[in-house]
Design a protein. Structure first.
Length: 306
């Protein structure tokens, strides 16, 4: 695509979002051009708040399916569009509602805390939702005498266990992108760049998290990069975040811990698909109210704690 064609496409999107009274939300892992055109960029908690608070009539959610579902659940009166319906999440696919019901049968006294990286049906079977930003806070907020089932991310659950001292009943789900990161990646970057601050996402393996200087959600990484006095950071999460980090901190250096930290689902959305979604109103995400009502309860509890 030429620069002229790209600018024409951007102009078309800007015209359509005004006509449709639309807001464009983009996750920090989206491709550069999508982040640049978005009204707001953020992690799943940031964008959940934006979706719930916006007065726009249409939400174009540039992320993956469970994120658009969350927006539709929190804003049932709004039209939520996901520009590519094939943008899914492997972790979310590792558990379904029947699995949660089975866990409840095995652990009848337990509270179920579900990471937001999950389907609406799974959220509806849960007591609480959480994000990587507030998982520790949610768990600390729960009665100490109740067992806790934590689904679906075992690695986030292990990190929360370590931080809170609570023994959690974990499900063996994981993010394939973050699971790629290994201790040797941190050892290598420290040998090459001893002055770099190492920050990783809590979806990484516990051994990786224990070696890092900071374990943070993507919004936490954005904040730390802005506020920390260090001039160099090694980043252990999906590489899309590097664009925002570099754009907002041009005087600092950001290095990926591995060049393979790429989520193919997060890269499916582009400017053409955003324009098509706005133009045709296609790819709308609708959640059955019987499911949405249960999921909304768990999500609203999450937002109250946040």
């Amino acid at each position: 695509m030429s620069l002229t064609e790209k600018q024409e496409l951007i102009d078309r999107i800007n015209r359509l979002r005004r006509e449709r009274r639309a807001v464009i939300l983009a996750h920090n892992y989206q491709i550069e051009e999508v982040q640049d055109i978005a009204d707001f960029c953020g992690d799943s908690l940031d964008l959940s708040r934006r979706a719930a608070a916006t007065d726009a009539e249409v939400i174009v959610f540039c992320g993956v399916h469970f994120m658009a579902e969350t927006a539709a659940i929190l804003s049932p009166e709004k039209t939520v569009l996901l520009p590519d319906l094939q943008a899914g999440c492997p972790m979310a696919d590792m558990i379904d509602a029947a699995c949660v019901r089975d866990l409840r049968n095995k652990h009848p006294d337990a509270l179920v805390v579900t990471y937001v990286n999950s389907s609406a049906e799974v959220k509806a079977e849960s007591d609480w939702c959480c994000t990587s930003s507030n998982a520790e806070k949610v768990v600390r907020n729960l009665p100490p005498d109740r067992p806790i089932v934590f689904i679906p991310d075992q690695h986030l659950g292990e990190w929360v266990q370590k931080q809170t001292g609570r023994q959690l009943i974990l499900w063996p789900g994981y993010c394939p992108t973050h699971r790629h990161l290994k201790p040797e990646h941190i050892h290598r970057i420290r040998s090459q760049h001893p002055d770099a601050v190492v920050m990783v996402h809590p979806e990484c393996r516990l051994q990786v998290c224990q070696l890092a200087d900071a374990v943070l959600s993507t919004s936490g990484m954005i904040r730390m990069a802005r506020e920390h006095s260090a001039q160099k950071f090694a980043v252990g999460t999906e590489m899309g975040i590097l664009h925002r980090l570099r754009r907002e901190n041009p005087q600092k250096v950001f290095l990926p811990l591995s060049e393979r930290l790429i989520c193919p689902n997060m890269k499916r959305i582009n400017l053409e698909k955003i324009a098509r979604a706005l133009e045709l109103g296609q790819s709308q995400i609708v959640v059955d109210e019987r499911i949405a009502s249960g999921a909304r309860r768990a999500l609203e509890r999450m937002l109250e704690v946040a």
